[in-house]
Design a protein around this ligand. Structure first.
Ligand SMILES: Cc1cc2nc3c(=O)[nH]c(=O)nc-3n(C[C@H](O)[C@H](O)[C@H](O)COP(=O)(O)OP(=O)(O)OC[C@H]3O[C@@H](n4cnc5c(N)ncnc54)[C@H](O)[C@@H]3O)c2cc1C
Length: 393
């Protein structure tokens, strides 16, 4: 049995690892010229079952060793004293088992665990799809038993097999931007947070000394173009000087940032994400919204479940395995669609009153009894709870 997987992010390598364990031949094509490993990207979360998945791959110790050290969050407010909170207090209601790690570092560890058995082809994409036969940009053709799009929010396989992204993208009314900059805030090992109606900015130190990474979340209904110069201008425009001089100093590094990335916060909503022997996994099929939805956990757990359903399936059994995979994931995926809007409401307040309430909540949380804290920080049964119903095979 031969699988071709598009995308070497999170879901792709997890799926590739397990399919190899189950005796499959696996080719992974990745559009990027090389692995975006190291400390690049942004911080992502593994909750509950997703922690179990990396543990079953023998990677949990290394994941923990490489976790981010953002152990406190400091809310800066113009003209008032900052409020500092242990992130463990905020995580009370999120999950019993939780690790935060940079996406690039996690992708690197997953690739390392699978690379000896998997035929990884970087700088390569699927150009044509005919049933489960693929034509690749490196000139080769593979007649596979299964084709999987693990190629993220803007999935190429989804486009080829299911049609345009617009048909499945559900905009949540906000944009996010991330970029690396020198540690201009000098706030120490903490997530420096700022908010105003419709805006939230977080800046945290990278593991490379002297560096920090900024995450900007802004509510807007306006459409921002795909041109990187326009995008930087749009971020400056949306934030303005609403968040004070510290954030202005952070914005001053926008133009110099080589890794600037902006995207709309949208979910991928599909009634079904398999067709014949083609399927989608992770953000490609059910992205719950970047930065607000716990997509990394859903991607890792989804890939593991898909591999387990395919274990032992011959070519004739692939379509039935894909139906079982969709049915196992349907509860968490439905739940995930409620998470993004509720997390967005919590971290990007809409009004001055909500900004004030958020600050008071941060002040009060550590003093509340654990069960009350747990309820208040669960974001309405948020990113971790969506995986509660999922029993890993
Ligand atoms: C700024 C930001 C902050 C985030 N914060 C969090 C967070 O705090 N917590 C959390 O859990 N999640 C967070 N996420 C979401 C998280 O990164 C994703 O949910 C997760 O990476 C999904 O994994 P995936 O494997 O499905 O897709 P991805 O990790 O996106 O991987 C897809 C891979 O496919 C490749 N690719 C794309 N197109 C093609 C193509 N046509 N052919 C071949 N390869 C292709 C890409 O280069 C990439 O390597 C955040 C996302 C962003 C952008």
């Amino acid at each position: 049995m031969h699988a071709v997987i598009s995308g070497a992010g999170i879901a792709g390598p997890v799926l590739a690892y397990w399919l190899c364990r189950y005796g499959w031949r696996v080719t992974v094509v990745e559009r990027a010229a090389d692995l975006r490993a190291g400390y690049g990207g942004h911080a992502v979360d593994l909750f509950g079952p997703a922690v179990d998945v990396v543990e079953r791959m023998g990677l949990l110790d290394r994941v923990r060793e490489n976790r981010t050290r953002n152990d406190t969050i400091t809310l800066f407010r113009t003209g008032r004293a900052p409020i500092r909170l242990d992130t463990a207090v905020l995580a009370t209601g999120i999950a019993d088992r939780h690790v935060e790690i940079m996406r690039g570092t996690l992708a690197g560890l997953l690739h390392e665990a699978s690379r000896d058995d998997v035929d990884y082809r970087f700088g390569t994409v699927i150009e044509r799809l005919d049933g489960a036969s693929v034509q690749l940009s490196d000139g080769s053709t593979i007649s596979a038993d299964l084709v999987v799009g693990a190629d993220g929010l803007h999935s190429g396989v989804r486009g080829l097999a299911f049609g345009p992204e617009e048909d499945y993208r559900h905009f949540l009314g906000a944009y996010l931007a991330v970029y690396t900059l020198p540690d201009v805030l000098q706030a120490g090992p903490t997530v420096a947070a700022f908010n105003a109606p419709g805006l939230a900015v977080a800046v945290y130190p990278t593991q490379e000394p002297g560096g920090s990474r900024a995450l900007v979340l802004a509510r807007t209904s306006r459409l921002i173009s795909r041109d990187p110069a326009d995008q930087r201008e749009a971020v400056r425009d949306l934030v303005g000087d609403a968040l004070g001089p510290r954030v202005s100093a952070v914005l001053a590094h926008l133009d110099a940032a080589e890794d600037f990335y902006l995207d709309d916060i949208s979910q991928i909503r599909m009634d079904s994400w398999s067709r014949g022997r083609v399927t989608l996994v992770g953000d490609a099929g059910y992205g719950p919204g970047p930065a607000v939805g716990g997509g990394t956990s859903l991607a890792a757990a989804g890939a593991y479940v898909l591999a387990a359903e395919l274990n032992g399936a011959g070519t004739d059994g692939v379509e039935a395995a894909l139906r079982r995979y969709e049915s196992a994931l349907s509860g968490p995926v439905q739940h995930s669609r409620r998470v993004g809007p509720s997390v967005l409401s919590a971290i990007v307040p809409r009004t001055r009153a909500q900004v004030w309430v958020a600050a008071q909540a941060m002040r009060l949380l550590p003093r509340l009894p654990r069960p009350v804290r747990s309820r208040l920080t669960s974001f309405g049964g948020g990113p971790a709870a969506m995986l509660d119903g999922l029993v890993l095979p």
